[in-house]
Design a protein around this ligand. Sequence first.
Ligand SMILES: CC(C)(COP(=O)(O)OP(=O)(O)OC[C@H]1O[C@@H](n2cnc3c(N)ncnc32)[C@H](O)[C@@H]1OP(=O)(O)O)[C@@H](O)C(=O)NCCC(=O)NCCS
Length: 291
Amino acid sequence: MGKSVRVKSFELVAQDISEVDTHLLHALSAGVGWPHRPADWDFLRQVGQGIVAVDEIGRVFGSAMWFPQGEDFATVGLVITTPRAQAQGAGRWLMEQVTERCKERNLALNATRAAYPLYLTLGFQQEATVFMHRGNVSGVPELRLPHGALSELPATEIGEITACDTLGFGVNRSRVLAQLSEISTTCVLRRHGEVVGYAMRRPFGGLQVVGPIVADNDDDAILLVAWHLRTLNGQQVRIDTREAAGPFADLLSQCGLAVSETTITMSKGRRFLNRSANAPWVYALAGHALS
Ligand SMILES: CC(C)(COP(=O)(O)OP(=O)(O)OC[C@H]1O[C@@H](n2cnc3c(N)ncnc32)[C@H](O)[C@@H]1OP(=O)(O)O)[C@@H](O)C(=O)NCCC(=O)NCCS
C-alpha cells in the first residue's frame, strides 16, 4: 500500500449563507483566527446577504458577504476560504459571485494583507489604512464639555443620528444603524438641540467594540469615545479608526488601546471616503465588514 494518497480537488457551489448552520460559519472564521462568535455571525446575517462555498455533502469551504447600505452602495466582508482550500481559486470565485450579485452598487471593503492582491486584481482601489486599536482600558481622562450635552440615546430614537451620520459616512445607512442600535449603547452629543456627533458600543468577539463614532472634529470624537471608555475601565476594547495620528489616535493609545493590526480600505466604483473640513467624519468604524 502506498505511503500517501492524492486527494481530488473539491467541486464547490454557492449556497445562500442564511441556510447554513451558524456553527459551521463560526468554525470557518475561527479557522482563520478571527474572533467572531456565533452571535456575531447571526447579527451580520440579519444585516447583510451572503454566500458560502459548499461541497456536495454540505461542508463549508468559504464565505463572502455584502451589506447593502443606501440605494447604490454596499460594503463587502467575511471573505474567507478555509486554510486547506486556499490558493486554489475559491477566494476569487467568491468575490466574483459577490460583485455579480451587487450589480451596479459601488463597493467598499477593508482588506487584510492576505486578500489585498486579490482585490487589486478585481479592480478595487486603495483609499486609506485602518488601525485596529485594542487593549485593556485604563487612564481615561476626565474631560470638560465646553458646551453642549452628552447623553444616552434609546434605540427607539435612533433616527435622530441619521442626518449627522449620512454627512459623515456619505450614504444614508439608517437601516444598518437601526439594527446596530438594537445591540448597542449609543451616546449622542447635542448642541443647540441638534445631534452633532454620536458613538455606539456593543459586544463583539469576546470584547467590546466602540464604533461607529461620527463627529465634526477631534475634540468631539474624544468626548464621545471617552464617554464609553469611562464605563469600560479594565475591560478589553477594540476600536477601528482611520486616524493614523493626531489627538484622537493619541487618546486611544493613552487609554491602553494600542494598534495591533492594520487593514486597507478599498473601493470599486465611486470613491468611498470624502472628508471635508468641519463636517462630520467617521472617526471609528462600525466594523470591518460594515465600514
Ligand atoms: C484572502 C483569502 C480569502 C483568499 O482566498 P483564496 O481562496 O486563497 O484565494 P484564491 O485562491 O482565489 O487566490 C486569489 C489571489 O490571492 C493570491 N494568493 C492566494 N494564495 C496565495 C499564496 N499562498 N501566496 C501568494 N498569493 C496568494 C493570488 O494573488 C491569487 O491571485 P490569482 O488568482 O491571480 O492566482 C484567504 O487567504 C483567506 O481566507 N484568508 C484569511 C481571511 C482573510 O484575510 N480574508 C480577507 C478579508 S478582507
